[in-house]
Design a protein around this ligand. Structure first.
Ligand code: PNS
Length: 163
């Protein structure tokens, strides 16, 4: 079975992430969306909230396969990937600015386990400008996040972040 892991903070999930999940799920028998606890990054949403957002977002999409699971992980990504018997880590790339960090992560993970490959998927061009940080900044300043995140999570995001 060809299992892929798509890791991220998803703080919160955006339409760009959902697009990658949809496309990546077609390349694997099973895709595990892995929500990193990442407490050092001081996330705006708890792991549980981030998982709920993902569940809600995926359930409102008709075109999503039924081979997607959502889990959380803490500590090293590579240990989670091995535990799940996955062989592929999938990451999205939006711009050259993402590349340096992702390149370092991919090489470090390769050093930790040479049997696991990191594959990069280019963002859909319509989401190239989109990030979780931008969504939070807009929401914190009372702006509209329509079209940036899945419809079903707009209200809970605004409720938590709007001043
Ligand atoms: O959405 P992000 O911020 O790109 O997600 C980052 C995440 C959670 C995928 C990354 O921080 C991660 O893999 N964290 C786990 C720690 C780890 O394994 N680091 C790589 C070796 S130093």
């Amino acid at each position: 079975m060809n299992i892929g892991v798509y890791p991220g903070s998803f703080d919160p999930v955006t339409n760009g992430h959902i697009d990658i999940i949809c496309r990546a799920s077609k390349l694997c028998d099973k895709l595990i969306v892995a929500v990193g606890s990442n407490e050092a990054k001081k996330p705006a949403f708890t792991v549980q909230e981030r998982i709920e957002f993902l569940r809600c977002a995926l359930s409102e999409r008709q075109d999503m396969g039924n081979n997607i699971e959502i889990e959380n992980f803490s500590n090293l990504l590579i240990d989670f990937v091995k535990k799940k018997k996955a062989k592929i880590i999938i990451k999205g790339l939006r711009a050259v600015s993402d590349f340096e960090y992702e390149f370092q992560m991919a090489l470090l993970n390769k050093q930790l386990d040479s049997g696991i490959e990191t594959l990069f998927m280019m963002t859909n061009v319509i989401y190239a400008y989109l990030s979780s940080s931008a969504v939070k900044e807009i929401a914190r300043n009372g702006g509209k996040i329509d079209g940036l995140v899945p419809d079903c999570i707009k209200d809970p995001i605004m409720k938590k972040l709007k001043p």
